[in-house]
Design a protein. Structure first.
Length: 201
């Protein structure tokens, strides 16, 4: 993952910045790859290894800095230097998905996908439990949520990212909350559980 500052992301979105430079032990992305950020999706249009003395003042300007500062930054970490072309590829499609209320057929499809995720899980059915937990405790630390159900933080966060891919959760500065789409899905899951004689989570 390439970490971008908020200022750099704003300039990538505006088109002012179209290059980045990083010191990597190995390439971390491929041409055409994309990275989601809070400002939208960044696409990598080129990735080339370069020598430090090949970088020009113009290159540094296109990366949103000056040459002296860029050279200092690149020599703070071991590795080879890569010149990375970047462009704004549009908003994160999950943002629009989160706010879209699913109809009956789409709800059924999402519920079936969650059942499949539960069935493939090595730690048992978890999707309804995790959605219910976030619904009850929005903005709570991930570690606190994980500990409350006897799970380690990193695997727990990985599962929450899978729910986020479906547009069901949103990341906050601290913790998570359900999206409107997630609330609709949880309501359907609870209704299904009630109809089956289960205790809703």
């Amino acid at each position: 993952m390439v970490l971008f500052s908020n200022a750099d992301l704003e300039r990538i979105v505006s088109g002012e910045v179209d290059l980045a430079f990083r010191s990597w032990k190995r390439p971390m992305h491929a041409v055409g790859g994309r990275q989601r950020t809070h400002a939208g999706v960044v696409e990598f249009t080129a990735i080339d290894r370069v020598e430090l003395d090949e970088i020009t003042e113009s290159d540094a300007g296109r990366a949103g800095t000056d040459l002296a500062r860029l050279r200092r930054f690149l020599t703070t970490k071991p590795g080879e230097i890569y010149r990375i072309g970047v462009r704004y590829a549009g908003p994160d499609e999950r943002a629009a998905l989160r706010d879209r209320s699913p109809d009956g057929a789409e709800l059924d499809e999402i519920v079936e996908r969650l059942r499949t995720m539960d069935g493939r899980s090595r730690h048992g059915a978890w999707t309804r439990q995790h959605l219910s937990l976030i619904d009850r405790h929005p903005g709570e630390l991930a570690e606190t949520l994980a500990t409350s159900i006897g799970r380690d933080k990193l695997p727990f966060k990985a599962d929450i990212r899978r729910l986020k891919e479906l547009g069901l959760t949103e990341s906050l500065r601290v913790g998570y909350r359900l999206s409107p789409r997630g609330r609709a899905v949880l309501a359907r899951l609870r209704l299904t559980a009630s109809d089956a004689g289960w205790t809703p989570g």
